[in-house]
Design a protein around this ligand. Structure first.
Ligand code: HEC
Length: 131
């Protein structure tokens, strides 16, 4: 009986660590080599095409807007979504790279996934300080 309980504990602990390892950042596309990536010049057009309809003026899913630099940096319900200087820790990057099917953005069937190039650009923008 004691062994059985230990087994249950081990199973519970195992599933917990699985949940924590859910996001495998080694699967992220690499950051682009482009210099001086800015929201206004490089990132806004990507978000405008793929995100504004749910995270802009009309709708604010998860209380998130991505239609201005200030709004993206403020984040949504689970803010911050952008960690300046660290794209691998930014949940917005995990979302667009579709690391976890449940949090993939745009959601499945709600728009084309971003390309590796677009994700790389978003990564460099964040790594360079999200300006
Ligand atoms: C069709 C609507 C839709 C589109 C398009 C969309 N999202 Fe979302 N987004 C959602 C919904 C709904 C949620 C709430 C979480 C959920 O239910 O999955 C969400 C949540 C998020 C979150 C988590 C916010 C938080 O703090 O909890 C981020 C980050 C995000 N979206 C980024 C994006 C980005 C970046 C794009 C464009 C590449 C995008 N989304 C496109 C609907 C959308």
């Amino acid at each position: 009986m004691k062994t059985f309980r230990n087994l249950l504990v081990a199973v519970a602990a195992g599933s917990l660590s699985l949940a924590a390892a859910d996001v495998d950042v080694s699967k992220l596309p690499p950051a682009s080599a482009k210099k001086d990536v800015t929201y206004a010049k490089d990132i806004k057009p990507i978000f405008e095409k793929s995100c504004f309809k749910c995270h802009g003026e009309m709708k604010q899913k998860a209380k998130l807007r991505v239609d201005s630099l200030e709004a993206v940096l403020k984040g949504g319900e689970n803010a911050p979504n952008v960690v300046k200087g660290n794209s691998a820790k930014s949940t917005l990057v995990h979302a667009v790279a579709r690391l976890n099917a449940d949090d993939a953005m745009p959601p499945d069937g709600k728009g084309d996934p971003l390309t590796k190039e677009q994700i790389g650009l978003i990564r460099s923008w964040i790594d360079q300080g999200a300006k």
